[in-house]
Design a protein. Structure first.
Length: 167
């Protein structure tokens, strides 16, 4: 999300981060209703694809070991048929991601993360149960970039994405 925010500042792209649908669904249902989240996203993607906007940044925690996530990413890309799709994979060690999980910006934009202990436990459980870093050559996108953003700022990662993809 933070890299997406920075990328939005330096391009004409708009940001649709994962929690922009997760948080309202949690507020309404009181739990992580996957179907409702996907349906809300679907409406936003369909409407955005019909618009005259330059492009959309979408953040997604992709479990590469789950076929359902592969299918979902393919579906989202299909919704923007005829448009260029760019994929930037951000990787950092668990220790860094746990630190970032409690930043002021993240807690402001993702209320469900404010219970830091529970949020960190989810991150650790997700890491234990899934693979969130792609294997070499696994990503099928022509416009793909992997960035280890451990030691760079979000603004630096965003500038790198902008330059590499000529956005």
């Amino acid at each position: 999300m933070t890299v997406g925010q920075e990328l939005m500042k330096i391009t004409d792209l708009r940001l649709f981060h994962n929690h922009m649908t997760i948080e309202p669904v949690l507020d309404i249902f009181g739990y992580f209703n996957v179907d409702a989240i996907k349906q809300v996203r679907e409406v936003i993607f369909k409407e955005y694809a019909k618009s005259n906007h330059y492009g959309l940044i979408f953040t997604f925690m992709w479990a590469f070991d789950c076929q359902e996530d592969w299918d979902y990413v393919a579906h989202v890309c299909d919704m923007f048929s005829g448009a260029q799709v760019y994929c930037a994979e951000l990787i950092a060690p668990q220790e860094i991601r746990l630190q970032r999980n409690a930043t002021e910006n993240r807690l402001h934009n993702k209320p469900s993360k404010r219970d830091i202990e529970t949020s960190n436990r989810r991150l650790l459980d997700d890491d234990k149960n899934h693979r969130f870093v792609s294997k070499e050559g696994e990503i099928p996108f022509e416009n793909y970039l992997r960035i280890n953003n451990t030691d760079i700022t979000a603004a630096q990662a965003a500038a790198y994405i902008k330059d590499k993809f000529n956005l």
